[in-house]
Design a protein around this ligand. Structure first.
Ligand SMILES: C[S@@+](CC[C@H](N)C(=O)[O-])C[C@H]1O[C@@H](n2cnc3c(N)ncnc32)[C@H](O)[C@@H]1O
Length: 328
């Protein structure tokens, strides 16, 4: 018997799981659409013709949004697969899910502001580098607010619980650089259209904040070097000024480094250097760190850790900070 029916069923399950675990409660539109995709032989067969790593729900949804100029529904997606399959396929082969979420700076801010200033920042897996600009945005932590120097800069709202050391001033960054397998360019209309297409339909605040962050970044673009965090980090660390606290950080990146054991050389490089290591990843990415957290991981949260010590659960898009660790 051919493997195709099994593969089709597996892919359908993947889209159903995405609907239940990722889209539910976040995007009713994508929850419904991915359930419908799981029932659509035509769309599943289109996906099966792609290489396995290119069948991801987020990649399909972003690519279809880019091609249509708006989030698809099941009718327009079915039509696209029939009449514009090559265009959709080309986007899915050329692009990867490089969501750049500047609001993640909100959960980094308490850690960055508590370090000896000034800072030299290296972000691995930086995408377009929007998270390299934490000092140029504003923050609303509820009881504490930090206004941006530029009134047009985005102000990120972050709901805080627990004894988080909320900052009273923005960090001072004197040097910054990103590293990415495929840096996106904040000045490229094509790249920024892709970043927008990756934002889910109902997330208007994220879309507004992305546009505002891109405008900030375009005025003085962050440097993002093409390279692999496993091989190209050391030369970048050497460039950082010695009179600044060097911070190596990442969010939503190390899951892409597989198998899990492959992450250890990166950890060893950072831990063996003078850098402070800030990790903001799904708990399964570093299970040994997650095992030391005070409580089991709540649903759909990232784990924020400093030098391998867990500090807080964070909303994956920087929307919340649940502090449980040491204060600084
Ligand atoms: C989901 S995006 C997250 C971007 C950014 N960290 C943020 O929080 O907005 C993941 C990024 O990691 C990059 N990436 C994945 N594996 C990498 C590697 N081995 N070395 C460098 N960058 C990598 C991808 O190209 C992509 O831009």
């Amino acid at each position: 018997m051919s493997e195709a029916p099994d593969e089709l069923a597996r892919l359908a399950r993947r889209y159903r799981t995405f609907a239940a675990d990722e889209a539910q409660g976040v995007s009713p539109h994508y929850e419904r659409l991915t359930q419908e995709i799981a029932e659509s032989g035509v769309i599943l067969r289109f996906l099966l013709d792609l290489p396995a790593p290119r069948r991801q729900p987020n990649l399909l949804l972003g690519a279809a949004t880019l091609v249509a100029g708006r989030p698809p529904d099941i009718a327009s997606l079915t039509d696209m697969v029939a009449s514009r399959a090559e265009k959709l396929r080309a986007v899915m082969l050329r692009r990867t899910t490089q969501t750049n979420e500047p609001a993640r700076c909100a959960v980094l801010l308490p850690l960055l502001a508590a370090l000896p200033q000034p800072l030299a920042l290296i972000e691995v897996g930086a995408s377009a580098g929007l998270c390299l600009l934490p000092d140029r945005y504003g923050y609303d932590f509820g009881e504490a607010r930090l206004a941006p120097a530029d009134p047009a800069a985005p102000v990120f709202r972050c709901a805080v619980t627990g004894p988080a050391p909320l900052p009273t001033a923005l960090p001072r960054v004197t040097w910054r650089a990103g590293l990415d397998l495929n840096p996106l360019d904040v000045a490229s209309d094509e790249d920024t259209a892709w970043l927008e297409a990756l934002i889910w339909p109902e997330q208007d605040e994220r879309r507004r904040n992305l546009r505002a962050a891109l405008a900030v970044a375009r005025r003085d673009p962050p440097r993002v070097v093409r390279g692999d965090l496993l091989h190209d980090l050391r030369p970048l660390m050497v460039e950082a000024p010695a009179d600044a606290t060097l911070v190596v950080f990442h969010a939503a990146v190390l899951a892409y480094v597989t198998p899990p054991e492959a992450r250890q050389p990166f950890v060893d490089t950072v831990r063996g250097s003078r850098a402070v290591w800030i990790s903001n990843e799904a708990p399964r990415v570093f299970p040994d760190i997650a095992a030391r957290a005070a409580q089991p991981a709540p649903h759909w949260r990232f784990l924020l850790a400093v030098d391998g010590e867990p500090r807080a659960w964070t909303g994956p898009h920087g929307q919340s900070l649940e502090w449980f660790g040491r204060i600084a």
